[in-house]
Design a protein around this ligand. Structure first.
Ligand code: PMV
Length: 308
């Protein structure tokens, strides 16, 4: 049996503007994972068992654009595997779906690596990343590529669309509380709504994207030099610009306010918005208290994670 696993991810700064060429910062979330086991099968075909999404099927009975089927079809095509092997593939994940934690990219990366290893192929990280980006494009319209990059490299990433991956070092580990509104909000839709705004007034929104890009650069410096109060302040500023972009929601606002009232240094929505997750920067000693306040304010789930 061949196993592979990939972490979740969270965007710290720069979502949406990153689609328009500005930088963004994202980090892996190692508390949650997608796991894939591939083994030879005694029955004919490629059998997929993904209990979290209630999927138990043979590959060829699935529509070819099914997210999991498309990874396997594309992988077999690209790696010129012939004849098709008989396989059992088991996929499990603790990453919540459609909530900004990169679940799709993590399944793609873990599945690609498990197939690569099981079928004695080799793929560099760059190749896995490029492949995962093609899969993201099939399902998410015009993604920036930040999800697949962070998940592939499992390192903090300073990301600019179309440019080589750049990692960065934080001065000391710091603590983030992630809270889930429980509202599943497809990124494709919020990205589409932002595009509509941009098409109506490009000058206005390009200047908002510039402001976000500037915040991202300052945030990287603040992380590299350990200026946590400044970082919290930048989170609040980034969130205000995301509000302008109309991608917040009443539920996100409630959680962000609760985190700030509970003593977080800063808080913002993370990812596509309109639902999904928010993040709060906290001193480690108040992380549990902020997490409790977030649950009282309606969070369906919280994760306390250290960025290092
Ligand atoms: O919702 P998430 O975490 O997958 O992130 C989406 C981030 C956007 O910038 C809104 C879109 C993108 O492709 O970068």
């Amino acid at each position: 049996m061949t196993k592979s696993s990939a972490p979740g991810k969270i965007i710290l700064f720069g979502e949406h503007a990153v689609v328009y060429g500005r930088p963004a910062l994202a980090v892996p979330v190692t508390q949650v994972h997608a796991n894939v086991d591939v083994s030879d099968s005694s029955r004919a075909g490629i059998w997929i068992d993904a209990p979290d999404v209630h999927l138990q099927a043979e590959l060829n009975t699935l529509p070819s654009d099914h997210p999991i089927a498309s990874v396997i079809h594309n992988f077999l095509f690209l790696s010129r595997v012939s004849p098709f092997p008989n396989l059992e593939i088991r996929i499990t994940s603790t990453i919540p779906v459609a909530s900004g934690l990169g679940s799709g990219a993590a399944v793609t990366v873990a599945l690609t690596r498990a197939l690569t290893a099981h079928l004695n192929h080799s793929m560099t990280d760059e190749e896995v990343n490029a492949f995962a980006y093609e899969i993201e494009k099939l399902h998410h319209g015009t993604p920036s590529g930040i999800d697949n990059t962070v998940v592939t490299y499992a390192r903090p990433v300073y990301f600019v669309k179309g440019q080589p991956m750049e990692t960065f070092k934080v001065a000391q580990p710091f603590t983030i509380v992630i809270a889930d509104t429980g509202i599943s909000a497809p990124t494709k839709e919020s990205v589409g709504e932002v595009r509509k705004l941009w098409e109506v007034d490009k000058t206005k929104w390009e200047s908002v994207f510039d402001e976000i890009g500037e915040i991202v650069k300052q945030a990287r410096q603040a992380m590299e030099s350990g200026k946590w109060e400044k970082l919290g302040d930048l989170m609040n500023k980034n969130h205000a610009l995301l509000q302008e972009l109309t991608v917040s929601s009443p539920e996100l606002e409630q959680l962000i306010e609760a985190a700030r009232n509970a003593g977080a240094l800063g808080a913002k929505l993370s990812g596509g918005g309109r639902g999904g997750n928010m993040i709060a920067l906290v001193q480690p000693e108040i992380a549990e208290a902020v997490s409790s306040s977030l649950k009282e304010a309606g969070a369906k789930n919280t994760i306390i994670t250290q960025v290092s």
